[in-house]
Design a protein. Sequence first.
Length: 134
Amino acid sequence: MACILIVEDECLIAAALGLVLAEDGHQVCGVAATCADALAKAERFQPDLALVDVRLAFGSSGIDAVRGLRERHIPSIMLSAHAREDEARAAGAVGYLAKPYSVHTVLRAVREVLDGQGGFLPGRTIPAGAGMAG
Protein backbone atom coordinates (compact mmCIF):
# COMPACT_ATOMS: atom_id res chain seq x y z
CA MET A 1 0.00 0.00 0.00
CA ALA A 2 1.38 3.39 -1.02
CA CYS A 3 0.93 6.70 0.74
CA ILE A 4 -0.32 9.22 -1.84
CA LEU A 5 -0.71 12.99 -1.49
CA ILE A 6 -3.45 14.63 -3.55
CA VAL A 7 -2.75 18.24 -4.47
CA GLU A 8 -6.05 19.50 -5.85
CA ASP A 9 -8.20 22.50 -4.92
CA GLU A 10 -11.45 21.14 -6.36
CA CYS A 11 -13.05 19.21 -3.49
CA LEU A 12 -15.08 16.87 -5.68
CA ILE A 13 -12.09 15.91 -7.81
CA ALA A 14 -9.91 15.36 -4.73
CA ALA A 15 -12.63 13.22 -3.12
CA ALA A 16 -13.11 11.16 -6.29
CA LEU A 17 -9.36 10.58 -6.59
CA GLY A 18 -9.21 9.61 -2.92
CA LEU A 19 -11.98 7.04 -3.32
CA VAL A 20 -10.40 5.53 -6.42
CA LEU A 21 -7.01 5.28 -4.76
CA ALA A 22 -8.44 3.77 -1.57
CA GLU A 23 -10.39 1.18 -3.56
CA ASP A 24 -7.10 0.23 -5.22
CA GLY A 25 -5.49 -0.33 -1.82
CA HIS A 26 -3.61 2.94 -1.38
CA GLN A 27 -3.69 5.34 1.54
CA VAL A 28 -4.34 9.01 0.89
CA CYS A 29 -2.03 10.62 3.41
CA GLY A 30 -3.27 14.13 2.73
CA VAL A 31 -5.12 16.51 0.47
CA ALA A 32 -3.66 19.95 -0.20
CA ALA A 33 -5.22 22.90 -2.02
CA THR A 34 -2.12 25.12 -2.28
CA CYS A 35 1.57 24.71 -2.99
CA ALA A 36 2.53 25.67 0.58
CA ASP A 37 0.06 23.17 2.04
CA ALA A 38 1.32 20.45 -0.32
CA LEU A 39 4.94 20.97 0.71
CA ALA A 40 4.04 21.07 4.41
CA LYS A 41 2.09 17.81 4.10
CA ALA A 42 4.90 16.27 2.07
CA GLU A 43 7.34 17.05 4.91
CA ARG A 44 4.94 15.66 7.48
CA PHE A 45 3.79 12.47 5.74
CA GLN A 46 6.64 11.64 3.31
CA PRO A 47 4.29 10.29 0.61
CA ASP A 48 5.40 7.75 -1.95
CA LEU A 49 3.74 9.76 -4.72
CA ALA A 50 1.79 12.98 -5.28
CA LEU A 51 -0.96 13.68 -7.80
CA VAL A 52 -0.79 17.41 -8.55
CA ASP A 53 -3.17 19.74 -10.35
CA VAL A 54 -1.52 22.69 -12.08
CA ARG A 55 -3.89 25.44 -10.92
CA LEU A 56 -4.40 25.49 -7.18
CA ALA A 57 -6.33 27.68 -4.73
CA PHE A 58 -5.51 31.37 -4.26
CA GLY A 59 -3.42 31.49 -7.44
CA SER A 60 -1.01 28.92 -6.10
CA SER A 61 0.99 26.95 -8.66
CA GLY A 62 1.05 23.19 -9.09
CA ILE A 63 4.21 23.63 -11.14
CA ASP A 64 5.90 25.11 -8.05
CA ALA A 65 4.51 22.25 -5.95
CA VAL A 66 6.01 19.69 -8.34
CA ARG A 67 9.39 21.45 -8.13
CA GLY A 68 9.26 21.45 -4.32
CA LEU A 69 8.23 17.81 -4.21
CA ARG A 70 11.09 16.88 -6.55
CA GLU A 71 13.52 18.62 -4.18
CA ARG A 72 12.13 16.37 -1.44
CA HIS A 73 12.56 13.28 -3.65
CA ILE A 74 8.81 12.72 -3.92
CA PRO A 75 7.66 11.77 -7.42
CA SER A 76 4.59 13.49 -8.79
CA ILE A 77 2.17 13.03 -11.63
CA MET A 78 0.69 16.25 -12.94
CA LEU A 79 -3.04 16.22 -13.66
CA SER A 80 -4.18 19.18 -15.69
CA ALA A 81 -6.42 20.67 -18.29
CA HIS A 82 -4.14 23.73 -18.43
CA ALA A 83 -0.46 22.78 -18.32
CA ARG A 84 1.39 21.24 -21.19
CA GLU A 85 3.31 18.02 -20.97
CA ASP A 86 6.63 19.80 -21.55
CA GLU A 87 5.93 22.09 -18.57
CA ALA A 88 5.23 19.10 -16.36
CA ARG A 89 8.43 17.40 -17.48
CA ALA A 90 10.51 20.57 -16.99
CA ALA A 91 9.14 21.00 -13.46
CA GLY A 92 10.24 17.46 -12.59
CA ALA A 93 6.97 15.53 -12.76
CA VAL A 94 7.36 11.85 -13.57
CA GLY A 95 4.14 11.88 -15.56
CA TYR A 96 1.33 13.95 -16.99
CA LEU A 97 -2.35 13.15 -17.41
CA ALA A 98 -4.64 15.52 -19.29
CA LYS A 99 -8.05 16.22 -17.79
CA PRO A 100 -10.53 14.76 -18.16
CA TYR A 101 -9.01 11.36 -17.39
CA SER A 102 -10.47 7.96 -16.58
CA VAL A 103 -10.14 5.98 -13.37
CA HIS A 104 -8.20 3.31 -15.25
CA THR A 105 -5.75 5.86 -16.65
CA VAL A 106 -5.01 7.31 -13.21
CA LEU A 107 -4.57 3.90 -11.61
CA ARG A 108 -2.35 2.66 -14.43
CA ALA A 109 -0.11 5.73 -14.11
CA VAL A 110 0.08 5.38 -10.32
CA ARG A 111 0.99 1.71 -10.62
CA GLU A 112 3.66 2.41 -13.24
CA VAL A 113 5.34 5.02 -11.04
CA LEU A 114 5.11 2.92 -7.87
CA ASP A 115 6.41 -0.15 -9.70
CA GLY A 116 9.43 1.88 -10.76
CA GLN A 117 8.93 1.37 -14.47
CA GLY A 118 10.98 4.52 -15.01
CA GLY A 119 10.86 7.19 -17.64
CA PHE A 120 8.39 10.01 -18.05
CA LEU A 121 4.78 8.87 -18.39
CA PRO A 122 3.43 10.81 -21.35
CA GLY A 123 0.04 12.48 -21.33
CA ARG A 124 -2.90 10.32 -22.04
CA THR A 125 -5.81 12.24 -23.39
CA ILE A 126 -9.18 10.67 -22.68
CA PRO A 127 -12.13 11.60 -24.92
CA ALA A 128 -14.25 14.49 -23.62
CA GLY A 129 -17.08 13.29 -21.44
CA ALA A 130 -15.15 10.32 -20.08
CA GLY A 131 -14.35 12.21 -16.88
CA MET A 132 -13.59 10.03 -13.87
CA ALA A 133 -15.85 7.27 -15.14
CA GLY A 134 -14.54 3.72 -14.99
